[in-house]
Design a protein around this ligand. Structure first.
Ligand SMILES: Nc1ncnc2c1ncn2[C@@H]1O[C@H](COP(=O)(O)OP(=O)(O)OP(=O)(O)O)[C@@H](O)[C@H]1O
Length: 225
């Protein structure tokens, strides 16, 4: 009997988790002596914000999240804690989305893409590709089909970044069978992380982005026991 090496993932109790990553000051912010107004408590998942212009008796504003990551957190820390369990559950057959949100310059691209040349600086996207294909290569009694799509949502308009004519605006639809989907969005079958990387690089030159996400569909097919 062939052994299934895919471990049952640790599921989060919540179906939606909100985590916050606070980036360090940029050189420019240091040069103009920006003042830190945040206090991060990663054990409690809390961020406390002090309004520097407020009178001293004004209460601090405290916000609680599922997790918070301070400026010393590495790309690997963020991946292992916030993303790895979700990707594991996708490999187990569940749907999962990782969505980066924040105002310009807050670190979405750094967190999601990072610098692909340095393994320590790789972000969520390349790390999840690596994770998915490593796990697939270790699984012996299950076959996977990985399809990748790359799209941009900018000012309410959806563009297919794998399509040469990406000026065509796509529509968001809902079907009783698949749920919400993007009509006519192209997808390519990908066999390894490098192939996805090549597709992403082709797409990146076309991006003028405000928000994006990638989707990977994993379709377990025949189970060989
Ligand atoms: N955790 C971090 N550690 C070190 N540098 C960071 C971190 N997060 C972001 N930066 C740096 O801060 C700058 C802005 O980050 P980034 O480009 O990722 O922001 P963004 O949210 O994607 O902005 P935009 O919406 O304008 O594209 C970059 O120079 C990036 O390298």
């Amino acid at each position: 009997m062939l052994k299934n090496t895919l471990e049952k993932p640790v599921f989060f109790l919540e179906s939606v988790r909100v985590v916050v990553r606070c980036r360090p000051f940029s050189k420019k912010e240091e040069l103009v002596s920006c003042e830190n107004i945040l206090d991060i408590d990663d054990k409690l998942g809390q961020i406390t914000i002090r309004n520097p212009k407020a009178p001293p008796d004004e209460p601090l504003k405290v916000f609680t999240f599922d997790a918070v990551y301070g400026w010393t957190c590495t790309q690997r820390d963020v991946y292992d804690d916030a993303v790895r369990p979700l990707v594991d559950s996708v490999l187990y057959g569940f749907n999962g989305t990782i969505f980066a949100y924040g105002q310009t310059g807050t670190g979405k691209t750094h967190t999601m893409e990072g610098a692909s040349s340095d393994p320590e600086k790789r972000g969520v996207i390349p790390n999840s590709f690596q994770h998915i294909f490593t796990q697939i290569s270790r699984t012996q009694n299950q076959k996977y089909l990985v399809r990748s799509s790359y799209l941009e949502i900018y000012q309410e308009e959806i563009r297919d970044l794998l399509c040469k004519d990406n000026n065509k605006k796509l529509e968001l639809k809902e079907s009783p069978d698949f749920g919400v989907y993007v009509k006519d969005l192209s997808s390519v079958v990908t066999k390894n992380a490098q192939e996805i990387d090549i597709h992403c690089k082709m797409c990146l030159s076309n991006i003028f982005r405000c928000l994006y996400f990638t989707t990977c569909t994993l379709l377990p097919s025949t189970s060989l026991v």
